[in-house]
Design a protein around this ligand. Structure first.
Ligand SMILES: Cc1cc2nc3c(=O)[nH]c(=O)nc-3n(C[C@H](O)[C@H](O)[C@H](O)COP(=O)(O)OP(=O)(O)OC[C@H]3O[C@@H](n4cnc5c(N)ncnc54)[C@H](O)[C@@H]3O)c2cc1C
Length: 394
Protein backbone atom coordinates (compact mmCIF):
# COMPACT_ATOMS: atom_id res chain seq x y z
CA UNK A 1 0.00 0.00 0.00
CA UNK A 2 1.21 3.53 -0.69
CA UNK A 3 -0.05 5.34 2.39
CA UNK A 4 0.91 8.81 1.14
CA UNK A 5 -0.84 8.66 -2.24
CA UNK A 6 -3.86 6.63 -1.10
CA UNK A 7 -5.02 9.47 1.15
CA UNK A 8 -4.09 12.30 -1.24
CA UNK A 9 -6.83 14.88 -1.92
CA UNK A 10 -7.07 17.75 -4.46
CA UNK A 11 -4.63 20.52 -3.58
CA UNK A 12 -6.07 23.78 -2.24
CA UNK A 13 -3.90 26.90 -2.26
CA UNK A 14 -4.45 27.34 1.48
CA UNK A 15 -1.59 24.96 2.25
CA UNK A 16 0.97 27.38 0.81
CA UNK A 17 3.76 28.39 3.22
CA UNK A 18 5.93 31.29 2.08
CA UNK A 19 6.50 30.59 -1.60
CA UNK A 20 6.28 26.83 -1.11
CA UNK A 21 3.43 24.51 -2.01
CA UNK A 22 3.22 20.84 -1.15
CA UNK A 23 3.02 18.23 -3.89
CA UNK A 24 0.21 16.50 -2.02
CA UNK A 25 -2.26 17.01 0.79
CA UNK A 26 -3.29 13.99 2.86
CA UNK A 27 -6.14 13.80 5.33
CA UNK A 28 -5.80 10.68 7.50
CA UNK A 29 -8.87 9.54 9.41
CA UNK A 30 -7.14 7.31 11.96
CA UNK A 31 -3.99 7.52 14.07
CA UNK A 32 -2.76 4.27 12.51
CA UNK A 33 -2.93 5.96 9.11
CA UNK A 34 -0.82 8.84 10.44
CA UNK A 35 1.73 6.27 11.64
CA UNK A 36 1.78 4.57 8.21
CA UNK A 37 2.13 7.93 6.46
CA UNK A 38 5.08 9.02 8.58
CA UNK A 39 6.80 5.63 8.39
CA UNK A 40 6.58 5.82 4.62
CA UNK A 41 7.72 9.44 4.57
CA UNK A 42 10.76 8.46 6.66
CA UNK A 43 11.53 5.70 4.20
CA UNK A 44 11.25 7.99 1.18
CA UNK A 45 12.69 11.14 2.84
CA UNK A 46 9.45 13.00 2.15
CA UNK A 47 9.10 16.31 4.03
CA UNK A 48 5.81 16.53 5.95
CA UNK A 49 4.14 19.60 7.45
CA UNK A 50 1.37 18.82 9.96
CA UNK A 51 -1.68 21.09 9.56
CA UNK A 52 -4.55 21.94 11.82
CA UNK A 53 -6.71 24.86 10.71
CA UNK A 54 -3.63 26.84 9.64
CA UNK A 55 -4.33 29.73 12.00
CA UNK A 56 -0.86 29.75 13.62
CA UNK A 57 1.42 28.50 10.85
CA UNK A 58 2.96 32.00 10.84
CA UNK A 59 4.61 31.28 14.20
CA UNK A 60 7.58 29.58 12.53
CA UNK A 61 9.41 30.13 9.24
CA UNK A 62 8.29 28.28 6.10
CA UNK A 63 9.85 24.81 5.83
CA UNK A 64 13.07 24.30 3.91
CA UNK A 65 11.53 21.28 2.16
CA UNK A 66 7.78 20.71 1.82
CA UNK A 67 6.39 17.69 0.01
CA UNK A 68 3.22 16.75 1.88
CA UNK A 69 0.69 18.74 3.90
CA UNK A 70 -0.65 16.42 6.61
CA UNK A 71 -4.11 17.85 7.31
CA UNK A 72 -5.26 16.42 10.65
CA UNK A 73 -8.78 17.83 10.74
CA UNK A 74 -10.39 14.46 10.03
CA UNK A 75 -9.05 13.32 13.39
CA UNK A 76 -11.80 15.21 15.15
CA UNK A 77 -13.50 12.67 17.39
CA UNK A 78 -14.26 12.92 21.08
CA UNK A 79 -12.82 9.60 22.23
CA UNK A 80 -14.05 9.67 25.83
CA UNK A 81 -15.83 12.21 28.00
CA UNK A 82 -16.47 11.45 31.67
CA UNK A 83 -18.08 14.57 33.16
CA UNK A 84 -18.23 13.03 36.64
CA UNK A 85 -14.46 12.46 36.55
CA UNK A 86 -13.75 15.84 34.87
CA UNK A 87 -11.81 14.12 32.11
CA UNK A 88 -12.11 14.39 28.33
CA UNK A 89 -10.04 12.69 25.63
CA UNK A 90 -10.17 14.13 22.11
CA UNK A 91 -8.40 13.67 18.84
CA UNK A 92 -6.04 16.52 18.04
CA UNK A 93 -7.80 17.72 14.88
CA UNK A 94 -10.92 18.82 16.77
CA UNK A 95 -11.27 22.56 17.32
CA UNK A 96 -10.98 24.01 20.82
CA UNK A 97 -14.32 25.69 20.13
CA UNK A 98 -16.00 22.31 19.56
CA UNK A 99 -14.52 20.95 22.77
CA UNK A 100 -15.71 24.00 24.74
CA UNK A 101 -19.21 23.62 23.30
CA UNK A 102 -19.34 19.97 24.34
CA UNK A 103 -18.06 20.72 27.84
CA UNK A 104 -20.38 23.70 28.37
CA UNK A 105 -23.41 21.42 27.87
CA UNK A 106 -22.34 19.74 31.13
CA UNK A 107 -21.42 22.98 32.92
CA UNK A 108 -17.69 22.43 32.37
CA UNK A 109 -14.86 24.03 30.42
CA UNK A 110 -11.18 24.09 29.68
CA UNK A 111 -9.97 27.40 31.18
CA UNK A 112 -7.89 28.14 28.09
CA UNK A 113 -8.57 31.22 25.94
CA UNK A 114 -5.99 31.61 23.16
CA UNK A 115 -6.96 34.50 20.87
CA UNK A 116 -7.33 32.34 17.79
CA UNK A 117 -10.19 31.88 15.32
CA UNK A 118 -12.80 29.26 16.33
CA UNK A 119 -11.44 26.75 13.80
CA UNK A 120 -8.06 26.46 15.56
CA UNK A 121 -7.40 22.83 16.44
CA UNK A 122 -6.29 21.41 19.77
CA UNK A 123 -3.14 19.96 18.15
CA UNK A 124 -2.11 23.22 16.50
CA UNK A 125 -2.75 25.24 19.65
CA UNK A 126 -0.66 22.89 21.76
CA UNK A 127 2.12 22.61 19.17
CA UNK A 128 2.47 26.40 19.19
CA UNK A 129 2.01 26.73 22.97
CA UNK A 130 -0.92 29.09 22.43
CA UNK A 131 -2.15 30.83 25.55
CA UNK A 132 -4.50 33.57 26.60
CA UNK A 133 -5.08 35.88 29.57
CA UNK A 134 -6.74 33.12 31.65
CA UNK A 135 -3.25 31.69 32.13
CA UNK A 136 -2.98 34.05 35.12
CA UNK A 137 -5.76 32.33 37.04
CA UNK A 138 -5.61 28.79 35.71
CA UNK A 139 -2.10 28.18 34.42
CA UNK A 140 -1.22 27.29 30.86
CA UNK A 141 -2.60 24.34 28.91
CA UNK A 142 0.23 22.12 30.12
CA UNK A 143 -1.38 22.21 33.56
CA UNK A 144 -4.58 20.69 32.15
CA UNK A 145 -3.07 17.88 30.10
CA UNK A 146 -3.15 14.43 31.63
CA UNK A 147 -1.80 12.51 28.69
CA UNK A 148 -1.12 12.56 25.01
CA UNK A 149 -0.77 10.22 22.07
CA UNK A 150 1.91 11.29 19.60
CA UNK A 151 3.07 9.88 16.28
CA UNK A 152 6.83 10.25 16.04
CA UNK A 153 8.57 11.17 12.80
CA UNK A 154 9.50 7.54 12.15
CA UNK A 155 5.85 6.47 12.43
CA UNK A 156 5.93 5.04 15.95
CA UNK A 157 2.78 5.75 17.94
CA UNK A 158 3.60 6.55 21.57
CA UNK A 159 1.51 7.47 24.56
CA UNK A 160 2.59 9.46 27.61
CA UNK A 161 0.90 10.46 30.83
CA UNK A 162 -2.43 8.84 31.57
CA UNK A 163 -6.18 9.09 31.36
CA UNK A 164 -6.98 9.77 34.98
CA UNK A 165 -6.25 12.71 37.24
CA UNK A 166 -4.42 10.61 39.87
CA UNK A 167 -2.14 8.84 37.44
CA UNK A 168 1.26 7.85 38.75
CA UNK A 169 2.47 5.84 35.79
CA UNK A 170 3.89 7.12 32.53
CA UNK A 171 6.27 9.96 31.87
CA UNK A 172 5.35 13.52 31.07
CA UNK A 173 7.23 13.47 27.76
CA UNK A 174 4.15 14.96 26.10
CA UNK A 175 5.17 18.33 27.57
CA UNK A 176 8.09 18.38 25.14
CA UNK A 177 5.64 18.66 22.27
CA UNK A 178 4.06 21.83 23.67
CA UNK A 179 5.58 24.70 21.74
CA UNK A 180 7.72 22.38 19.58
CA UNK A 181 5.64 23.38 16.52
CA UNK A 182 5.39 19.83 15.25
CA UNK A 183 9.13 19.31 14.96
CA UNK A 184 9.22 16.43 17.44
CA UNK A 185 6.08 14.53 16.48
CA UNK A 186 2.45 14.82 15.43
CA UNK A 187 0.05 15.23 18.33
CA UNK A 188 -2.72 12.68 17.68
CA UNK A 189 -4.93 12.77 20.77
CA UNK A 190 -4.95 14.54 24.10
CA UNK A 191 -6.53 13.80 27.49
CA UNK A 192 -7.44 16.88 29.50
CA UNK A 193 -8.72 17.31 32.97
CA UNK A 194 -11.51 19.88 32.78
CA UNK A 195 -13.02 22.30 35.29
CA UNK A 196 -16.53 23.24 36.35
CA UNK A 197 -17.63 26.53 34.81
CA UNK A 198 -17.46 29.25 37.48
CA UNK A 199 -20.84 30.17 38.93
CA UNK A 200 -20.21 33.83 38.18
CA UNK A 201 -17.82 35.75 35.98
CA UNK A 202 -17.37 39.49 35.78
CA UNK A 203 -15.01 41.82 34.00
CA UNK A 204 -13.99 45.41 34.42
CA UNK A 205 -12.35 47.92 32.06
CA UNK A 206 -10.52 50.94 33.45
CA UNK A 207 -9.07 53.65 31.23
CA UNK A 208 -6.10 55.51 32.72
CA UNK A 209 -3.81 58.33 31.65
CA UNK A 210 -0.44 56.59 31.40
CA UNK A 211 1.30 53.23 31.77
CA UNK A 212 2.63 53.86 35.32
CA UNK A 213 -0.98 54.48 36.47
CA UNK A 214 -2.11 51.28 34.75
CA UNK A 215 0.73 49.32 36.35
CA UNK A 216 -0.08 50.66 39.84
CA UNK A 217 -3.72 49.75 39.32
CA UNK A 218 -2.73 46.28 38.14
CA UNK A 219 -0.67 45.83 41.31
CA UNK A 220 -3.66 46.95 43.40
CA UNK A 221 -5.82 44.42 41.55
CA UNK A 222 -3.48 41.65 42.64
CA UNK A 223 -3.62 42.45 46.36
CA UNK A 224 -5.57 39.75 48.26
CA UNK A 225 -8.46 39.23 48.56
CA UNK A 226 -8.53 40.42 44.95
CA UNK A 227 -7.59 37.51 42.73
CA UNK A 228 -8.31 38.21 39.07
CA UNK A 229 -8.21 35.21 36.75
CA UNK A 230 -7.06 37.51 33.94
CA UNK A 231 -5.36 40.88 33.87
CA UNK A 232 -4.32 42.74 30.73
CA UNK A 233 -3.04 46.27 30.15
CA UNK A 234 -3.67 47.39 26.60
CA UNK A 235 -1.55 50.27 25.34
CA UNK A 236 -2.91 51.58 22.04
CA UNK A 237 -4.70 54.87 21.34
CA UNK A 238 -5.81 54.71 24.95
CA UNK A 239 -4.43 52.83 27.96
CA UNK A 240 -6.86 50.34 29.41
CA UNK A 241 -6.63 47.84 32.21
CA UNK A 242 -8.89 44.81 31.89
CA UNK A 243 -9.52 42.53 34.85
CA UNK A 244 -11.70 39.44 35.12
CA UNK A 245 -12.97 37.71 38.20
CA UNK A 246 -14.55 34.27 38.51
CA UNK A 247 -15.95 32.09 41.27
CA UNK A 248 -18.97 31.88 43.52
CA UNK A 249 -21.30 34.87 43.18
CA UNK A 250 -20.61 36.45 46.58
CA UNK A 251 -16.84 36.30 46.14
CA UNK A 252 -16.99 37.76 42.63
CA UNK A 253 -19.25 40.61 43.77
CA UNK A 254 -16.96 41.38 46.68
CA UNK A 255 -13.93 41.43 44.41
CA UNK A 256 -15.72 43.60 41.89
CA UNK A 257 -16.62 46.09 44.63
CA UNK A 258 -13.00 46.24 45.84
CA UNK A 259 -11.71 46.56 42.27
CA UNK A 260 -14.15 49.40 41.66
CA UNK A 261 -12.81 51.22 44.72
CA UNK A 262 -9.24 50.72 43.47
CA UNK A 263 -10.25 52.23 40.12
CA UNK A 264 -11.92 55.19 41.83
CA UNK A 265 -8.76 55.80 43.87
CA UNK A 266 -6.76 55.78 40.63
CA UNK A 267 -9.28 58.19 39.05
CA UNK A 268 -9.76 55.68 36.28
CA UNK A 269 -12.74 55.82 33.96
CA UNK A 270 -14.36 52.46 34.54
CA UNK A 271 -17.01 50.21 33.02
CA UNK A 272 -18.17 46.80 34.21
CA UNK A 273 -19.50 44.09 32.01
CA UNK A 274 -20.12 40.36 31.94
CA UNK A 275 -20.22 37.82 29.19
CA UNK A 276 -21.45 34.60 30.67
CA UNK A 277 -21.62 32.65 27.46
CA UNK A 278 -18.15 33.12 26.02
CA UNK A 279 -16.34 35.01 28.73
CA UNK A 280 -14.11 36.63 26.20
CA UNK A 281 -12.97 40.14 26.90
CA UNK A 282 -12.50 42.74 24.25
CA UNK A 283 -8.80 42.26 23.83
CA UNK A 284 -7.40 41.41 20.42
CA UNK A 285 -3.89 40.40 19.53
CA UNK A 286 -2.27 43.21 17.52
CA UNK A 287 -2.53 42.74 13.74
CA UNK A 288 0.88 44.22 12.94
CA UNK A 289 3.58 43.43 10.38
CA UNK A 290 5.95 42.56 13.20
CA UNK A 291 4.41 40.79 16.19
CA UNK A 292 6.65 40.16 19.18
CA UNK A 293 6.25 38.06 22.32
CA UNK A 294 8.46 39.35 25.10
CA UNK A 295 9.10 37.59 28.38
CA UNK A 296 10.80 39.10 31.43
CA UNK A 297 10.65 38.53 35.18
CA UNK A 298 7.26 39.95 36.15
CA UNK A 299 8.59 42.86 38.20
CA UNK A 300 10.61 43.99 35.14
CA UNK A 301 7.55 44.57 32.98
CA UNK A 302 7.57 48.39 33.37
CA UNK A 303 11.28 48.49 32.44
CA UNK A 304 10.61 46.25 29.46
CA UNK A 305 7.86 48.64 28.33
CA UNK A 306 10.38 51.51 28.52
CA UNK A 307 12.89 49.48 26.50
CA UNK A 308 10.24 48.65 23.93
CA UNK A 309 9.77 52.30 22.98
CA UNK A 310 12.77 52.06 20.58
CA UNK A 311 10.57 49.90 18.37
CA UNK A 312 7.72 52.47 18.48
CA UNK A 313 5.04 49.77 18.85
CA UNK A 314 1.52 50.77 17.80
CA UNK A 315 -0.26 48.25 20.00
CA UNK A 316 0.95 46.55 23.19
CA UNK A 317 -0.67 44.01 25.48
CA UNK A 318 0.95 43.58 28.87
CA UNK A 319 0.12 40.60 31.10
CA UNK A 320 0.95 41.48 34.74
CA UNK A 321 1.56 38.36 36.77
CA UNK A 322 2.77 36.44 33.74
CA UNK A 323 5.81 38.54 32.82
CA UNK A 324 4.65 38.61 29.22
CA UNK A 325 4.14 41.32 26.61
CA UNK A 326 2.75 41.07 23.09
CA UNK A 327 3.69 44.01 20.89
CA UNK A 328 2.68 44.92 17.35
CA UNK A 329 5.20 47.06 15.44
CA UNK A 330 5.86 48.30 11.92
CA UNK A 331 8.12 46.17 9.75
CA UNK A 332 10.87 48.82 9.89
CA UNK A 333 11.22 48.26 13.67
CA UNK A 334 12.91 44.89 12.97
CA UNK A 335 16.23 46.73 12.46
CA UNK A 336 16.15 47.77 16.13
CA UNK A 337 15.28 44.31 17.44
CA UNK A 338 18.90 43.33 18.29
CA UNK A 339 19.21 46.43 20.51
CA UNK A 340 15.94 45.57 22.27
CA UNK A 341 17.08 41.98 22.78
CA UNK A 342 20.32 43.17 24.31
CA UNK A 343 18.46 45.34 26.84
CA UNK A 344 15.98 42.59 27.64
CA UNK A 345 18.79 40.07 28.01
CA UNK A 346 20.26 42.14 30.85
CA UNK A 347 16.88 41.88 32.61
CA UNK A 348 16.82 38.09 32.08
CA UNK A 349 14.25 38.43 29.33
CA UNK A 350 13.84 37.64 25.65
CA UNK A 351 11.92 38.74 22.56
CA UNK A 352 10.55 36.17 20.12
CA UNK A 353 9.11 37.16 16.73
CA UNK A 354 5.69 35.53 16.45
CA UNK A 355 4.83 36.99 13.05
CA UNK A 356 6.81 38.97 10.53
CA UNK A 357 6.28 40.12 6.97
CA UNK A 358 10.04 40.07 6.35
CA UNK A 359 12.88 37.64 7.10
CA UNK A 360 14.08 38.14 10.69
CA UNK A 361 15.94 36.23 13.38
CA UNK A 362 12.88 34.89 15.17
CA UNK A 363 14.46 33.65 18.39
CA UNK A 364 17.47 35.84 19.15
CA UNK A 365 18.89 33.47 21.72
CA UNK A 366 19.23 29.74 21.39
CA UNK A 367 17.51 27.93 24.31
CA UNK A 368 20.01 26.25 26.66
CA UNK A 369 18.14 22.96 26.13
CA UNK A 370 18.79 22.95 22.38
CA UNK A 371 21.24 20.02 22.45
CA UNK A 372 18.70 17.85 24.29
CA UNK A 373 16.00 18.83 21.80
CA UNK A 374 18.27 18.02 18.86
CA UNK A 375 19.08 14.61 20.36
CA UNK A 376 15.37 13.88 20.75
CA UNK A 377 14.66 14.98 17.22
CA UNK A 378 17.42 12.69 15.94
CA UNK A 379 15.98 9.76 17.87
CA UNK A 380 12.32 10.33 17.08
CA UNK A 381 12.59 11.62 13.53
CA UNK A 382 15.87 10.21 12.21
CA UNK A 383 15.20 11.22 8.59
CA UNK A 384 14.24 14.76 9.67
CA UNK A 385 10.97 14.69 7.73
CA UNK A 386 8.78 16.71 10.12
CA UNK A 387 8.77 20.44 9.39
CA UNK A 388 12.40 20.52 8.17
CA UNK A 389 14.12 23.85 8.73
CA UNK A 390 11.22 25.36 10.66
CA UNK A 391 13.15 25.47 13.90
CA UNK A 392 16.58 25.64 15.38
CA UNK A 393 16.73 21.88 15.56
CA UNK A 394 18.83 21.30 12.43
C1 LIG B 1 11.83 21.04 20.70
C2 LIG B 1 11.67 22.44 21.18
C3 LIG B 1 12.37 23.45 20.54
C4 LIG B 1 12.24 24.77 20.96
N1 LIG B 1 12.93 25.74 20.29
C5 LIG B 1 12.74 27.02 20.63
C6 LIG B 1 13.37 28.05 19.92
O1 LIG B 1 14.10 27.81 18.99
N2 LIG B 1 13.14 29.32 20.32
C7 LIG B 1 12.28 29.61 21.35
O2 LIG B 1 12.08 30.79 21.65
N3 LIG B 1 11.68 28.68 22.04
C8 LIG B 1 11.89 27.38 21.71
N4 LIG B 1 11.26 26.41 22.43
C9 LIG B 1 10.44 26.83 23.54
C10 LIG B 1 9.06 27.05 23.02
O3 LIG B 1 9.03 28.00 22.00
C11 LIG B 1 8.22 27.56 24.14
O4 LIG B 1 7.63 26.47 24.75
C12 LIG B 1 7.21 28.48 23.53
O5 LIG B 1 7.94 29.66 23.29
C13 LIG B 1 6.05 28.67 24.34
O6 LIG B 1 6.41 29.40 25.42
P1 LIG B 1 5.35 29.78 26.47
O7 LIG B 1 4.59 30.97 26.00
O8 LIG B 1 4.60 28.60 26.89
O9 LIG B 1 6.37 30.28 27.49
P2 LIG B 1 6.71 29.69 28.86
O10 LIG B 1 6.17 28.35 29.12
O11 LIG B 1 6.44 30.74 29.81
O12 LIG B 1 8.24 29.54 28.61
C14 LIG B 1 8.89 28.49 29.11
C15 LIG B 1 10.19 28.96 29.61
O13 LIG B 1 11.02 29.25 28.51
C16 LIG B 1 11.46 30.58 28.56
N5 LIG B 1 11.54 31.02 27.19
C17 LIG B 1 10.63 30.85 26.19
N6 LIG B 1 11.10 31.31 25.04
C18 LIG B 1 12.36 31.76 25.31
C19 LIG B 1 13.39 32.34 24.52
N7 LIG B 1 13.26 32.53 23.21
N8 LIG B 1 14.52 32.68 25.13
C20 LIG B 1 14.70 32.49 26.43
N9 LIG B 1 13.78 31.93 27.23
C21 LIG B 1 12.63 31.58 26.67
C22 LIG B 1 10.47 31.31 29.42
O14 LIG B 1 11.03 32.40 30.05
C23 LIG B 1 10.10 30.24 30.41
O15 LIG B 1 11.02 30.13 31.42
C24 LIG B 1 11.39 25.09 22.06
C25 LIG B 1 10.70 24.07 22.71
C26 LIG B 1 10.84 22.76 22.28
C27 LIG B 1 10.08 21.69 23.01
Amino acid sequence: MNALSDRAIPLPTTYTLGDRQPQRVVQPTTVTEVGDLLAEATHTHTAVVPWGAGTRQFIVDPPRRYDVALDLRQLHRVIEYHPADLVVMVEAGISLEAVQTLLSERGQWLPWDPPTPPAATIGGLLATAAWGPLRLGYGGPREWILGMQVVLGDGRIVRSGGRVVKNVTGYDSHKLHLGACGTLGVIASVTFKVAPLPAQMASLHATVLDFPSAWRLAMAMRQPPLQPVALVIEVANTITLMARFAGVAAAVERQLALATTACANATALMTQYEDRTRWRIGYQMPTADLLLRIGVPDSMLPRAIDALTILEPAHILVFPGLGLIVAGCAETAAARLPALRQTLGVMGGYAVVERSSIVVDRWGVVPSTIDLMRALRQRWDPAGILNPGRWLLE
